[in-house]
Design a protein around this ligand. Structure first.
Ligand SMILES: NC(=O)c1ccc[n+]([C@@H]2O[C@H](COP(=O)([O-])OP(=O)(O)OC[C@H]3O[C@@H](n4cnc5c(N)ncnc54)[C@H](O)[C@@H]3O)[C@@H](O)[C@H]2O)c1
Length: 355
């Protein structure tokens, strides 16, 4: 219905800030969301904003963030500018009474992120992080499988996200790519399974002045180990995450649309010595399971459409969204500790929350 959201409420006026690589995706999905009405696209390069909008549009382009914030028709802003600009832009938007959707990472420092989270809480405003992967049907299914106990206890997580990536001007590969893996981990793991320590080893073989590849280990409170490998320099694209469980193992290959997700009843069990006869004890205590592999059917749904739906619902319902500022802060705390570890040559850093 034109002029109102699907539930009959007037749509929330939205401004998108940043019309670079990612901003146009926010523009496109906001335009397709009935509960939102896109009113502004703001970019320091106003020509870029105009080009994204095209000729036939009622959405206004501007290079003035102040003009956007002064517009009473704007109830919310979605920020897709480089990470280093997030703190100032999000703070100004919250202080102007606007709800905020901000791209990952929330800010480049936990201290700044905490200030924003407190500001949003005090003002009763929604502050949502676009942890896009958490809204993909595949990650939502993995969450159900892990949290529902289907795979048993998590024994390991192994995530590889490597391709020829854009070497970012303001962040290293850890801060550019690992937010995806860490936000997925945060979203999927049961609430009582939390990271307790991290260690990171990084490399810059092309002398770009920042890490272009990184190996990140995350120890979990259960004793399980998660490993994340991110890399901008790989000529082949690999996006595979394995969640190894005591009962089943999930393999997610995001580059294989026909078989994105597989749940294997295959793995290694260790028999208790007490279960064995005396003459068997000297033999290996290891047994291999070779059961079926299940390929779950997944709905086709664009994650960013679900991000927009969650953002607008959280605003209308006066609640915090699924990926709120706290989720953003948990991811940043890991990234900050990972950077400290990398700076010290890979020292294991115990996380503050685990002491
Ligand atoms: N969720 C995802 O999967 C995903 C994917 C890619 C990028 N991102 C995130 O999106 C954000 C933007 O990344 P990008 O690759 O689009 O960057 P980009 O450099 O391509 O575009 C950024 C745009 O912001 C504009 N800009 C900068 N400062 C501004 C300001 N103060 N006011 C208005 N406009 C300003 C620039 O002119 C530029 O057009 C980053 O936080 C990045 O991590 C998220």
């Amino acid at each position: 219905m034109a002029g109102s959201g699907e539930d009959g409420r007037p749509p929330i006026g939205l401004a998108v800030v940043g019309a670079g690589y990612w901003g146009p995706n926010l523009v496109r999905t906001a335009l397709a969301t009935p509960a939102l009405r896109l009113v502004w696209l703001c970019d320091l390069d106003v020509q870029r904003a105009k080009t994204v909008l095209g000729q036939y549009t009622t959405v206004r382009a501007t290079d003035s963030f102040d003009a956007v914030l002064a517009d009473p028709a704007v109830g919310a802003v979605a920020i897709a500018t480089p990470a280093a600009t997030h703190f100032d832009l999000v703070r100004a938007a919250l202080e102007a009474g606007k709800h905020v959707l901000v791209e990952k990472p929330l800010t480049p420092s936990v201290a700044e992120g905490e200030k924003l989270a407190a500001l949003a809480l005090d003002a009763g405003l929604v502050l949502m992080c676009d942890h896009t992967y958490c809204y993909t049907p595949v990650v939502q299914r993995i969450r159900e499988l892990v949290r529902g106990g289907d795979i048993g206890e998590i024994q390991f997580v192994d995530s590889v996200r490597i391709n020829l990536g854009l070497v970012q001007p303001d962040v290293d590969v850890l801060w550019d790519l690992a937010p995806h893996d860490l936000s997925i981990l945060d979203f999927v793991l049961p609430e009582d399974v939390v990271p307790v320590a991290v260690a990171a080893h990084v490399g810059d073989p092309i002398k770009a002045g920042r890490a272009c590849l990184a190996y990140l280990s995350v120890w979990l409170s259960t004793g399980a180990l998660a490993h994340i490998h991110v890399n901008w320099l790989s000529p082949t694209k690999i996006r595979t995450t394995v969640f190894g469980g005591s009962r089943r193992t999930i393999v997610w290959d995001d580059t294989n649309p026909a078989g994105r997700l597989a749940v294997h009843d295959r793995g290694v069990d260790r028999l208790q010595a007490a279960d064995l006869r005396r003459d068997e004890r000297r033999q290996a205590l290891i047994s291999y399971r070779t059961g079926d592999t299940l390929v779950p059917a997944l709905p086709e749904r664009e994650a960013l459409m679900s991000v927009m739906a969650e953002f607008s619902s959280a605003i209308s319902e006066g609640r915090q969204p699924l990926t709120d500022a706290r989720a953003g802060l948990r991811v940043m705390a890991l990234l900050e500790a990972a950077s400290r570890s990398a700076d010290s040559g890979g020292e294991r850093i115990i996380l503050a929350t685990s002491s």
